[in-house]
Design a protein around this ligand. Structure first.
Ligand code: SF4
Ligand code: SF4
Length: 104
């Protein structure tokens, strides 16, 4: 099994000046300069972050792409929160039923 990263990078094109510093440090050849602006091939990017450090304009940023794995993790987390909430609601219901039976 190969190691994978779930973060990628994107370029704020309004800040890019096409200097090519990011392209020079990218180990996978994911960056090309097109029409004076850097462009990233997401499929080649391994999320190493070297381009972020190299960019003099701070125009490269990280993001988490919506992957099947990320979505599954989010759904699992939401289910756990919902289960926990339902348990607390059931406990509160039992407590309040007890209070009502006493005629309070
Ligand atoms: S994060 Fe790494 S692999 Fe991805 S574009 Fe930047 S230098 Fe290349
Ligand atoms: S290093 Fe920054 S400014 Fe230079 S080409 Fe890459 S993204 Fe654009």
């Amino acid at each position: 099994m190969t190691a994978t990263t779930t973060t990628k990078v994107y370029i704020d094109k309004s800040a890019c000046v096409g200097c090519g510093m990011c392209q020079r440090v990218c180990p996978t050849g994911a960056i090309t300069i097109r029409s004076g602006l850097a462009d990233i091939d997401e499929k080649k990017c391994i999320g190493c972050g070297r381009c972020i450090e190299a960019c003099p304009r701070r125009s490269i940023h990280r993001y988490s792409p919506v992957t099947h794995e990320n979505l599954e993790n989010m759904v699992d987390s939401l289910k756990k929160n919902a289960d926990s909430l339902m348990e607390r609601i059931e406990k509160l219901k039992k407590k309040t039923q007890g209070i009502n039976c006493d005629g309070a």
